[in-house]
Design a protein around this ligand. Sequence first.
Ligand code: CA
Length: 240
Amino acid sequence: MTASHQPTVRVLLVEDEESFIDALSVGLAREGFAVTVARDGAEGAARFAAGEFDIVLLDLMLPKMSGLDLCREIRSSSDVPIIIVSAKGEEVDMVLLLEIGADDYVTKPYRLRELVARMRAVLRRREHPVDLDGEESSIQRGPVRLDIDARRCFIGTDEVKLRKKEFALLRLLMENPGRVLTREVLIDRVWGHDYVGDTKTLDVHIKRLRSLIETEPKAPRYITTVRGVGYRFEVSRDEG
Ligand code: CA
């Protein structure tokens, strides 16, 4: 038995910038991850095929094979969690990334703590996939609690009244903590064929939810906007 009861999480880091490789190798090892490094896309594909990994951190701009192509290739044979790490200012189609199967993405420069929180959130989702038939009777994230059966929402001990679609939207976000949900997914899952009008309907609902659950709706802490992509319910530090 090792000191830790948790099995070591095996990470494949596909990255060509030495400064990131050094920082991540050290930082992730300190957090208890076992890191294998691949320095270009082709090496990433080879290492992935030859080893067993619990999660993949994938840079987009890579020699020999792009992160996008490697993500596609890995997805064709595996459902391993993939987090894309993109450089700041890089022209990235986040919607496309999520469509081809990336689980999340982080933009450089980032804090190690943020990356690790996202890694743990993705891994936890894989371990405890959301049961869409709703076995869970309540969901608690930070001070926000949803009582699913009674369709009630509480902030601490105070109840806030939500309309049907608002509740469905908040539930979907809270069931996927730390995960970017695209506008298309949110609209499809909450409204489906009922969605009428322009795409503003979603934003109006988000705005109202923020006014109800956020301390500062203009600087939201829980429901954050991922520009051009969608929304995310943030993983709080104590949950990460
Ligand atoms: Ca790169």
